[in-house]
Design a protein around this ligand. Structure first.
Ligand SMILES: [Mn+2]
Length: 314
């Protein structure tokens, strides 16, 4: 019997490291009675997470499929809760706990443990849980947890960032013995931005979430980069073709690709068709020009991009 701790589809650094960190806490502190806590991920890690694993000599958790989960195993979700973002085929009756910082959309037939905080990163929540339990992550794990907080809060610049994120990051930076957090943040940004090895289809599927907004399936992919202009001027047509293909493949009603410049703090939305253009204009104002809508100083999909789209569709 195992307890799998697993993040969302299309794993990002926060979700991969949150699974590792929570598994480490649950293995390390006696009062948690989970049997064999084991971190897992839903699919290949992204280039940023790979960079961090290499940098700190760590190995990412193994990819788990629903078929590998035995009927007596338990599952803990981290960094997500909605069904559309869970491992495909996962039996909701095996979920025993959720630790998350996203809007809750839940419907369970059994009582479960829930830890939801409106902080900028799931790793902030887990660091907080560690402190409460007098548990100290080792230097490598602390480094990864710090990186996850910096990644999710875009170096503390995202509107999702809270004082608690900074407080936990300070604690983790000490444990990690990382004194120059700013330089470390830039290193993470560069790794995040490296799309040189990705095809347009891979970019469109690099960091996407599918939402159910008023009965419509809406896919929002976000590319956080320091090369926004270059990507739009060099890859727009190729990305639009890939968006068309991915929209068909995933059977979503609307598809948006947000290209976010994390240094300039600006997002440009790639919009595929007239239906999406209308929704985008209604959500953010302005007019779509050549399939691009500049939505201004926005960084956070969760707080600044998805909610206006949801509102426009309601
Ligand atoms: Mn997160």
């Amino acid at each position: 019997m195992k307890t799998y701790i697993i993040g969302h589809l299309k794993p990002d650094t926060d979700s991969v490291v949150a699974a590792m960190a929570l598994a480490s806490l649950y293995r390390g502190v006696d009062c948690f009675s989970y049997s064999n806590p084991e971190a897992a991920i839903t699919g290949e890690i992204n280039p940023e997470t790979q960079f961090l694993m290499d940098k700190f000599g760590m190995t990412a958790p193994a990819i788990l499929s629903a078929e590998q989960i035995q009927s007596d195993d338990q599952v803990i979700l981290v960094d997500h809760n909605e069904e559309d973002q869970r491992l495909v085929g996962l039996n909701p009756e095996q979920i025993v706990e959720i630790v998350d910082h996203h809007k809750a959309k839940l419907n369970f037939n059994q009582p479960i443990f829930l830890t939801f905080k409106t902080w900028g990163s799931s790793n902030t929540i887990i660091a907080f849980m560690m402190k409460k339990n007098d548990f100290t992550p080792d230097q490598k794990l602390a480094s990864l947890m710090l990186a996850a907080i910096l990644s999710d809060t875009v170096g503390f610049k995202s509107p999702t960032c809270t004082p608690k994120d900074k407080e936990m990051a300070t604690w983790l930076a000490e444990l990690a013995q990382i004194t120059d957090v700013e330089t470390f943040t830039l290193e993470i940004f560069k790794a995040k931005s490296d799309v040189s090895k990705l095809s347009c289809e891979e970019i469109v599927k690099n960091d996407y979430k599918v939402f159910d907004f008023g009965g419509k399936k809406v896919m929002i992919d976000q590319l956080e980069t320091v090369e926004q202009e270059k990507i739009i001027s060099e890859k727009k047509d190729c990305l639009l073709d890939a968006m068309r293909q991915v929209q068909n493949e995933l059977q979503v009603d609307l598809i948006f690709v947000a290209i976010t410049d994390i240094l300039k703090v600006n997002t440009k939305l790639l919009v595929l068709d007239e239906a999406a253009a209308q929704v985008a204009s209604q959500a953010f104002g302005g007019t779509v020009q050549n399939n691009v809508l500049d939505i201004g100083a926005k960084l956070s999909r969760k707080k600044e991009i998805a909610p206006p789209i949801e509102k426009a569709l309601s």
